[in-house]
Design a protein around this ligand. Sequence first.
Ligand SMILES: Cc1cc2nc3c(=O)[nH]c(=O)nc-3n(C[C@H](O)[C@H](O)[C@H](O)COP(=O)(O)OP(=O)(O)OC[C@H]3O[C@@H](n4cnc5c(N)ncnc54)[C@H](O)[C@@H]3O)c2cc1C
Length: 430
Amino acid sequence: MVIGGGPAGTTIAPILVEKGYRVVLLEKAVHPRFHIGESLLPANLPLFERLGVADQVKAIGMEKWAAEFVSPHHEMLQRFNFAEAWNKSMPFAYQVKRAEFDDILIRNAEKSGVEVHQRCQAKAVDFLPDNSGAVIRARHDDGREQQWKARFVVDASGRDTFLANRFKIKHRNPKHNSSAVYGHFSGARRHDGQAAGNITIFWFEHGWFWFIPMQGDVTSVGMVTWPYYMKTRGQRSIRQFLMDGIARCPALAERLKVATLVNEVEATGNFSYVSERNHGPNYLLLGDAYAFIDPVFSSGVLLAMNSGVIGADAIDTCLQRPAEASAALERFDKLMKHGPNEFSWFIYRVTNPIMRDFLMHPKNIFRVKEAVLSVLAGDIFGNTPIWRSIWIFKALYYAANAIQPKRAFMAWKRRRFNIRRHDDAMMNAV
Ligand SMILES: Cc1cc2nc3c(=O)[nH]c(=O)nc-3n(C[C@H](O)[C@H](O)[C@H](O)COP(=O)(O)OP(=O)(O)OC[C@H]3O[C@@H](n4cnc5c(N)ncnc54)[C@H](O)[C@@H]3O)c2cc1C
């Protein structure tokens, strides 16, 4: 049983069918539906091949060949071309409207033999004694109730965190605390040629913006900011709050000079959390159902899909070779933590002025630039040789902090101020 038909659920479900299992997938919404998370990574592409959807994604995707950073303190744009990463075989990714992308994935799951029920929300799960499986109860939108008995439950319910809520094992991330306000624009100024689809990250005094060009003159723009700044919204609509924020970032405002909003602005408060565990004897938590940290490196969809691939292997081992189950689940756990751990080191520091200097003036000594680019490309699983250079990059960063103690201290103090908690009721009401 798979709960949730986003990237995690629609990846694991067809792979399990391929391995010979009967799989039921429940999705409370109906695709196509809006979802945030539009910029993908080069490391997603082999997963599209694996699922057999590469051509369909190519047809709806805007090619993204680089990630760019624009800093108000450096008055320049720094471009990181994925083609210059350590592994030269992953030079680009796509940016997609998630309504279209997720629709491709769920239709692919159905075509592959997954029994898909849309407009059907999982409501309860009872785990049976002796680890013999679980009974899942769900309600269809038309009011019908239905239940299934399953040997294994996969929670891929995204930020709804279906199982983590029931187990009470979900915790806000004490090291991070951020919110986002976002909308789609038409008429945004793009670069020429191949660079037209590059993602641009614009830092501003209260956080950063994403600028994500997609097909058909639609550009997604999002402001990621700290709770204290969200609190300054007052009586303004979130639309106005976003527009006012853009006005505070002249480099972005310039690219949106003649652009117009084409959808309702949305907001997501306090999105950083992690669950205490990601598995039990007959259940797994995948993708956002387990953890989410921050969107700055566009890693969410990759981590969700990758969790589907490794989750399918773990379940197969548990069901076919029970004696090896605990080793398989331990391996799954290690891989599930690897992505968030590697990305979070960069995420927690990306608004730090010393890290900003590093990103705006990258040097390739000991191949550190290539290695960091590999992280930006999502190439962090498997036998990649980047880790020595990443370690050197981190050592250089700590050394730069040590020789600028006052600046490092001010940055630490500022970060503590930024991530401190605010009234949740207010934050979630945006
Ligand atoms: C502001 C913001 C910006 C982001 N930007 C990016 C980005 O640029 N690139 C990127 O890669 N990632 C980004 N992400 C992260 C990305 O959105 C997620 O990591 C990704 O969608 C996770 O996939 P998933 O399959 O785990 O969950 P989801 O995509 O959320 O899918 C979960 C599905 O489960 C369904 N569901 C929930 N509860 C139930 C239930 N009880 N019964 C049945 N169905 C249920 C939901 O309807 C949903 O369709 C961003 C996130 C945020 C908050």
